[in-house]
Design a protein around this ligand. Structure first.
Ligand SMILES: Nc1nc2c(ncn2[C@@H]2O[C@H](COP(=O)(O)OP(=O)(O)OP(=O)(O)O)[C@@H](O)[C@H]2O)c(=O)[nH]1
Ligand SMILES: [Mg+2]
Length: 391
């Protein structure tokens, strides 16, 4: 089962442009006439700086990164712009695409472009975020109320076992009614089962993708870093686009959400170039990395995933497991037989391997370990599994 990141945002905020940059695909963009109607879906390789150095050493026939899935849907905001009283939340079709997403990438526009009208007539990412949040909350509220109705009916039998669920649903109802995010609440272990069935949009881990003008990209990145590190930023004294960017960054910090600044249009242009050309271009702009790569890496982190590696002359490959997974489960990602017949894992961490230069050298230094069934895989472990099947 692929884990999916849903790209959402107001209409014409640059979602499809970003999607194209992430996936190097060619989904139609631009102008309401080509607004996304059907969802765009793509599996995207996760850039991992550990693969190339391993490939240089092993010279394998194949290098295989791990992947995540992105889905790009139509713009939200229709319900919100219909006026407060008439809010109905998201359409069933839209919801169908986004309900099963494991995390959200929320695109907020700060770029100015006279040819691209904003549905609210001006650039204000904080207002846009409030509007998106309201729409998500209203959608969740409908989900919660439907469930509350059902559970209340069942509880009429007098069975006390429904009470904790009803209490939870009422708490959610109250919060969502105030257009607050369900993720702000605290939940007990017992609540998790019901929450797992509700697929609430306002519970999903999220990142903010600020779609900024090309000419503020450098400043925006500096500002985000400063705010992330807790530096003193006088938001009110900032000019124009940077003010909105700083406000979102501060909110993200308060929420513990991730925030990335990109120019979707520039990224889409760079995606057309060869990797080498793109990196030369980035260097000329003084940017450390493709914004699209950052979005993918941060999205991957949001999903609570870690990467382990396998390395040999045949293939150097990155694999995904959930944080906390034990060695046999990791083995099962490669093949169910290896999980079934799991004996031991030979594990060398990437850093130790690179410091040693080979498995043999790492082993001599005692940096290669034999681990059993209870070993919890760490990000960057290079694993070789010993297994035995058929007996
Ligand atoms: N100047 C500038 N224009 C951009 C940028 N990103 C997107 N645009 C333009 O904005 C318009 C809308 O972009 P899309 O990617 O189609 O937006 P969307 O969010 O997918 O729109 P819907 O599918 O209608 O919700 C296009 O004309 C893009 O070229 C950017 O970073 N800078
Ligand atoms: Mg679109």
């Amino acid at each position: 089962m692929a884990l999916t990141i849903g790209i959402i945002g107001l209409p014409q905020s640059g979602k499809t442009t970003l999607f194209n940059a992430l996936t190097k695909a060619d989904a139609p963009i631009g102008g309401y006439a080509t607004s996304t109607v059907q969802a765009n879906l793509a599996v995207v390789p996760v850039p991992d700086p550990r693969l190339q150095p391993l490939a240089d050493i092993f010279k394998p026939r194949k290098v295989t990164p791990t992947t995540v899935e992105f889905v790009d849907v139509a713009g939200m905001g229709q319900a919100a712009s219909a006026g407060k009283e008439k809010r109905e939340g998201l359409s069933a079709e839209f919801l169908g695409h986004i309900r099963n997403a494991d995390a959200l990438a929320i695109v907020l526009r700060t770029f100015a472009n006279e040819n691209v009208p904003h549905i609210y007539g001006s650039i204000d990412p904080e207002r846009d975020l409030d509007s998106l949040n309201a729409e998500l909350a209203v959608t969740d509220l409908a989900t919660v109320e439907k469930r509350l109705e059902r559970t209340s009916r069942a509880a009429k039998s007098g069975d006390k076992k429904y009470q904790p669920e009803i209490d939870l649903l009422r708490r959610l109802q109250e919060t969502l009614n105030e257009l607050k995010m369900a993720s702000e609440l605290e939940f007990s272990q017992q609540d998790q089962a019901v929450l797992g069935e509700l697929f609430l949009l306002t519970m999903k881990p999220r990142m903010y993708v600020l779609n900024v003008s090309e000419d503020v990209l450098g400043d925006a990145n500096e500002l985000l870093a400063k705010i992330r590190e807790g530096g003193d930023v006088q938001v009110e004294s900032l000019e124009g686009e940077l003010k909105g960017i700083a406000r979102i960054a501060q909110r993200a910090k308060a929420e513990g959400a991730e925030v990335v600044a990109v120019s979707a249009r520039l990224e889409a242009e760079l995606a057309e170039l060869s990797e080498e050309e793109a990196h030369e271009y980035l260097e000329a702009l003084g940017l450390p990395q493709l914004g699209a790569d950052r979005v993918i890496q941060v999205g991957y982190r949001l999903l609570n995933l870690i990467t382990f590696l396998t390395a040999g002359e045949d293939e150097v490959r990155a694999w995904t497991v959930t944080k906390g997974a034990k060695a046999p489960e990791a083995a099962g990602k490669i093949h169910s037989d290896i999980e079934r017949g799991f004996i031991r894992a030979e594990v060398t961490h990437f850093d130790d391997f690179m410091a040693s230069g080979s498995f043999a050298a790492a082993s001599k230094k005692g940096l290669q370990r034999l681990e059993g069934k209870e070993y919890v895989i760490k990000d960057g472990d290079i694993a070789h599994f010993r297994f035995n099947v058929g007996k």
